[in-house]
Design a protein around this ligand. Structure first.
Ligand SMILES: [Zn+2]
Length: 112
């Protein structure tokens, strides 16, 4: 059984505050993450080994964006994302410890 069978996979944009190393201006940037949420149960075809691995598996997120373009119109340089982990493990509730998600279902989205 593949590790992917342990997780539900989805993409999510999350907002992070980053400092541009060129102009040193902080701004909020949306980064794309791949979120792997541990399934509640293994499929029935799982064997002993799968169950052991599944017991140890934890939900996590992988950062997919490594570069962002500076939002400062007088700078606009691209810089590497730093200070944001590339892999974040989530607690049992599935809530990552850092940053807030961008929820497209949020009624206020786009009105800000
Ligand atoms: Zn900049």
């Amino acid at each position: 059984m593949d590790e992917r069978d342990f997780f539900d996979e989805r993409q999510q944009n999350r907002t992070h505050r980053l400092n541009c190393p060129h102009c040193h201006q902080p701004n909020d940037y949306e980064l794309n993450w791949l979120v792997r949420t541990k399934k509640r149960q293994l499929p029935p075809r799982a064997d002993e080994l799968d169950r052991a691995k599944f017991a140890k598996a934890r939900s996590y997120m992988l950062r997919r964006d490594d570069l962002v373009g500076c939002k400062n119109v007088r700078c606009r340089k691209r810089f590497e994302v730093s200070g944001v982990q590339s892999v974040v493990f989530m607690d049992e509730a599935g809530k990552p410890p850092v940053s807030r998600p961008v929820d497209p279902d949020d009624d206020n989205f786009g009105n800000r």
